[in-house]
Every structure is written in C-alpha cells, then in structure tokens.
Ligand binder design. Structure first.
Ligand code: GDP
Length: 452
C-alpha cells in the first residue's frame, strides 16, 4: 500500500487566499512534474521552493503555483513529498487534484500522511495521535498538552520504562528455559525496586488523566433548579449573550441548551435545563426527563434557587441524589433586604449569593467553579494524559505490575511473574505503537481529517 502515491488538499475546504495540496509517495516527483511547468524537480535539492505553472492536458494554465519539495527521508512522511501552494479557489484545487489523479496519484485516506509518518518511524503512535489533538486544540491548555506530546515527552518516558522491564522479562524467561533447575537470573529485589520506580512514573500519569480529560473535553456542567429560579438568565449572563429564552412563565425552557464557556482556560460545557418540578404538561415532562439524564452525565452541577423563596429542606433532599460536585447558588439576592442577606450569608456560608439579572457576584461563582475542577494545578511542561486509550493502557500496565509485586511477596514461580510482566510490556507497547494491530491503526487514523 505504501507504494501508492497519495494526494489531498491539506488546507481547509472553501475559498481562501491559498490552498495547499499535498502529494506523498515514491512517484511524487514524476506525477507532479507531468503537470508542472518550471524547473526539473528531479534535479532540485530537498527543502526548496519553486515557482511555475500547473498545466492541464491541453497545456492550458490552471494556476501559478509554488512547489515545496521535500525529498525522502527528510519529510513528514519520510517519503518524497511535494506541497503545491495554489490560489485558494475550489475550482483550481479540484482541477489540480483531478490532474494528479489522472497522472498516477490516488486520493489519500483520512490521516494517511500521518499514518505513513508513523509506519516509517517518523513519529510513534502517541505522537501521531497528538497531531490530531493539536489540530483540534482550541484552548491554551489543550494546545500545551498536545504540543508536549508531539515533542515526545510522554513517549520517551514510556519507551524507557518498557526497555528496563524488557531486560527483566528476558532474564526471567531465561530461568524458565532452565526448567527444573533452581536458578534465579533475575534478582527479585532489583525487580521489586524497578517496579516501584515504574509505578512512581505511571501513577502521576494515570492521575493526570482526570485533568487531561477536562482539558480536552471540557466539564459538562448542568444548571438545575426549579422553574423560574433564573437558570436561563444565569446562562445568558455567563455566556454574555441571549441564548436561552427568558420569560417569567414557569416552564418556558423546555429543551436542553448547550454552550461553551472558558473560565481561566478551562472549558465548561454549560447545559441549561428545563428545570426540575413535577408537571402534567407532556412536553415539559420530556424536558424534566432530559434534565435528569443530563445530570447523570454531568461532571458539575450548578444548583440554582430563588433566594426570595428559600426552602433549604427541599434543596437538601434534592442534592442527595447528585453524584457530581455541585455548587449551591442563591439567585435574586437583589430581592432580599440587607438584613436578610446578612443572615443568609452567615447561616449558609457554602452558598453563593448572586443576582443573575443584576449581574451581582457572578465572578465569585466563576471562581468557585474553577476551584472545584482544579484538583491539581498543571505546570508548563507537566505531562498530562488526555487520551482515553493511553489512560486505559496505563491503568492495565499498573495493574499487571501490581500483580507482579503480589507474586513476588508470595514467592510465586517465574512463569507467572513472566506472564504478568509480558502483560505490562504489551500495554506499554500499545501506547507508543511498538505493538499494534491493523484495527487499532484504522481506528486511530480514520478519525483524522483527509490531508493530515
Ligand atoms: P428559569 O425558568 O430558571 O430559566 O428562569 P428564567 O431565567 O427564565 O427567569 C425567571 C424570571 O426571574 C425572569 O422574569 C427573570 O427576569 C427573573 N430573574 C432572573 N434572575 C433574577 C435576579 O437575579 N433578580 C430578579 N429580581 N429577577 C431575576
């Protein structure tokens, strides 16, 4: 398959100042030269740029272009690669792609350039996956973690751990070869120490996933409360736009509205809900049902109530059913007298008192939300696991190593130790791609865009 020469638009679809078409594979220079009038590309050194024209079958000019030439193995894919920078018209781009196809290239599959980079040893699997994350990054934090991973920080650590473990695995396998004879090539104390050392690397990585997941996917946050508590008003206030329908007829927000809000770089996926109350209206009942479903999925719950109708008993009953961190928020504090407010603040210090419509104390709510999420501060350069697949393999590695430790304490035989070490090696290898299956690769790269 790698003998094919592939091509695809690498820039976004649609009109732009320029479009970049990428071509990679052994026939790249031949194929492009057939439609390019300018210098002889075969004779040009790698990493050079050449001006010329793309011509169609009738030798008519399709566009004036720049050709960026990267010769194997010093390209992203480690194959001969050309990037054609043309004018960003859909018509021109389609025309050039068709000419490339006609002259021997085929259209690339999603992620195929990066897949080739991986297969040719330019990137390991974790780095290749980080390329997709980098393209998808939309906040400082998600960008930072993806860049760290592409630079190989995470992969290097995993590869080193794996190396040190392979050494022990081979010693223990050697013992097995001696069968009945009572020999121990692998020093059990050294092995125990090594496993503790590996666990001290694995555990922080595993723990970082919770925060990594927050960085990558945001925090699903639902706003719940009785109808008319001011949920839609608060949502609008937080988002600074009129998104939900605000009305004083109870039960007007019937559907679930979702939007994103960044506070201190953390993405909160805000979900406004129809509110919680018993109702005979069928449509509203569906809304209440959805609210309950959303609460199941939420990582954070903002429980909003009307401070002028406070009934803590009711709230206490409800929050018992929450299984995510929650923030209690008393809204409409503007309706309270100064005395009432002071009394409330003293009696219920955990409650945040705001006025959504009067824009009072919203900042303190935002701060509390961030505090609840930030279990751990992430410093620049910290390795954070953001990928579920990596997380699962790290967990399984750690479990297997715990089995080895248990085995060592119970002085079990080498063959059982060897088996658990092999499991650990397998899972570490799956992270960086030293062990892969076609299904795994297909699954990972199919999620990429075409042209990457
Ligand atoms: P929801 O049903 O919980 O979404 O409530 P809405 O956001 O639709 O608000 C219900 C009513 O309460 C509207 O008339 C809002 O203008 C009003 N409201 C919302 N927040 C405040 C507040 O902080 N103070 C006062 N006085 N009224 C508010």
């Amino acid at each position: 398959m790698n003998q094919d020469t592939i091509c695809a638009l690498a820039t976004a679809q649609g009109v732009g100042a320029i479009g970049v078409i990428r071509v990679s594979g052994p026939q790249t220079i031949d194929v492009v030269q057939k439609i390019f009038k300018g210098k002889n590309l075969h004779q040009q050194p790698s990493h050079t740029i050449h001006f010329g024209t793309i011509r169609d079958d009738q030798n008519l000019i399709v566009d004036e272009v720049l050709i960026s030439l990267f010769k194997a193995p010093t390209s992203y894919t480690r194959e001969d690669t050309i990037e054609i920078s043309c004018h960003g018209s859909d018509y021109i781009i389609q025309k050039i792609l068709k000419l490339l196809l006609k002259n021997g290239a085929r259209l690339a599959n999603p992620g195929e350039f990066t897949q080739r980079a991986f297969l040719n040893g330019q990137l390991d699997l974790a780095q290749a996956e980080a390329v997709a994350d980098l393209i998808a990054s939309d906040s400082e934090a998600s960008h930072q973690t993806a860049i760290n991973q592409i630079r190989g920080g995470f992969s290097k650590q995993i590869a080193q751990l794996r190396e040190s473990l392979i050494h022990f695995a081979s010693l223990i396998e050697l013992e097995l070869d001696f069968g009945e004879e009572d020999v121990e090539f692998a020093d059990r104390d050294d092995l125990r120490q090594l496993i503790h050392r590996i666990q001290s690397v694995l555990v922080p990585l595993i723990d970082s996933f919770e925060m990594g997941n927050v960085i990558k996917n945001g925090v699903p946050t639902v706003i719940v409360g009785k109808p008319n508590a001011g949920k839609s008003t608060l949502l609008n206030r937080l988002l600074n736009e009129e998104k939900a329908i605000v009305s004083d007829i109870a039960g007007t927000t019937r559907d679930v509205i979702e939007d994103e809000l960044f506070i201190e770089g953390i993405r909160f996926r805000l979900i406004d809900t129809a509110g919680l109350r018993k109702t005979n209206d069928t449509i509203e009942a569906i809304g209440v049902e959805r609210t309950l479903q959303q609460m199941e999925k939420a990582s954070m719950i903002i429980y909003l109530f009307d401070a002028s109708e406070i009934s803590l008993k009711e709230i206490e009953e409800q929050i018992q059913s929450f299984n995510a961190p929650y923030v209690l928020v008393g809204n409409k504090q503007d309706k309270l007298s100064v005395n009432q407010k002071q009394e409330f603040e003293k009696a219920y210090p955990a409650i945040i008192w705001i006025s959504a419509s009067e824009n009072q104390n919203i900042e303190s709510l935002q701060k509390t939300l961030v505090q609840k999420v930030k279990t751990k501060e992430i410093k620049a350069g910290d390795t954070v696991v953001t990928n579920l697949r990596h997380y699962q393999h790290l967990l399984q590695t750690s479990e297997s190593l715990n089995h080895v430790l248990e085995g060592l304490s119970n002085s079990i035989t080498g063959d059982f130790l060897a088996q658990d070490i092999r499991f650990a090696l397998h899972h570490l290898g799956e992270i960086t791609g030293q062990i892969t299956t076609d299904d795994l690769l297909a699954n990972i790269f199919s999620k990429f865009c075409i042209g990457k």
